[in-house]
Design a protein around this ligand. Structure first.
Ligand SMILES: [Zn+2]
Length: 311
């Protein structure tokens, strides 16, 4: 799962490249809504951090929040946003299509990355496997992608804020029908995940089944992602409010973040693949990208006109 800078930057570059290759695509896809769609699947990303801060029960919170990272829930949220922010004040279809292209690119990137990914929720509630074993999210390829993305965002910001651009503004279009439609889609998106919480545990989505009943996975390959090392000796990680001991000669520092794939035997995990994460630098990168997206979504010409009217 790449950080938001990588998601935002690569989507902008891919959008510009596709438009350069086939200018007709520029008319079909709106850049602002494309970029919004590129971050939409991670809408609950910061809520997951709140789980730690507010001490919410991990399994029940995760079974509700994880489905927001899926085509079906993103489709519902995208539909609501498209009704409220149509392109040129009328085309919700173009707005929805642009957001879903951005979201699809996000899911593709997520599924291609992550040596240990804990499955995928892209096709929730039907399929929770990860079809491809991704590349190392802490490896050199991911770093190159991050650097390219920073440059891409820089170009996007200078084009959007500097001399202005021809992107369609994100103007709120409030009619009774649009508001009712958007509210209905939003309610469905918020309620839908409630019906599949036990199903996710039964299907072992994101290895929630393992966390709920580790003994049932004796002798099997299991994965835990973005887990905090809570003790160095013996190496113990915490996931879903539960401690898991790893049987390994590698040394760890308390407070480190790791993803592990291994065999669960006699109550301990014998790692076969281990990824050490850069800790919370990923969160700070994502906050920077959130600010950049905010700036990219503002239409500078509209803002200038509004300020002129105020004077
Ligand atoms: Zn994601």
């Amino acid at each position: 799962m790449p950080d938001w800078v990588t998601h935002l930057g690569t989507t902008y570059i891919a959008g510009r490249a596709a438009g350069g290759f086939n200018p007709g695509l520029t008319r079909l896809v709106d850049m602002r809504r494309l970029l919004l769609g590129a971050l939409l699947p991670d809408a609950t990303r910061f809520a997951v951090i709140l789980v730690d801060i507010l001490d919410w029960p991990a399994v029940s919170t995760f079974t509700y929040l994880i489905p927001f990272h899926s085509l079906v829930v993103v489709g519902l949220l995208g539909g609501a946003l498209a009704l409220l922010f149509p392109v040129a004040g009328r085309s919700s279809g173009k707005a929805f299509g642009s957001m879903m292209v951005g979201a699809a690119f996000h899911f593709l990137l997520d599924d291609l990355e992550g040596l240990v990914g804990c499955g995928s929720t892209t096709f929730y509630p039907f399929y929770f496997g990860k079809p491809i074993s991704g590349c190392n999210s802490e490896g050199s390829f991911a770093t190159v992608l991050l650097v390219i993305s920073i440059l891409g965002i820089g170009v996007a910001l200078s084009s959007a804020l500097g001399r202005g651009d021809r992107w369609q503004p994100l103007t709120l279009c409030l009619t009774r029908r649009r508001l009712l439609g958007a509210a209905a889609l939003l309610v469905i998106a918020l309620v839908f995940p409630l019906f599949f919480r036990q199903w996710m545990i039964r299907q072992n989505a994101y290895y929630l089944g393992f966390a709920a009943n580790p003994a049932a996975f004796e002798g099997q390959s299991v994965e835990l992602c973005f887990s905090e090392v809570i003790a160095a000796q013996p190496p113990t990680i915490e996931e879903f409010d539960m401690p898991f001991v790893m049987q390994t000669s590698s040394s760890f520092t308390q407070g480190e973040w790791v993803s592990v794939r291994g065999i669960y035997q006699n109550g301990v995990i014998q790692p076969t693949t281990l990824v050490r994460h850069r800790g919370f630098s990923d969160v700070s990168l994502s906050l920077i990208a959130a600010v950049a997206l905010g700036l990219l979504l503002i239409d500078t010409r509209q803002l200038r006109d509004a300020l002129r009217r105020l004077r």
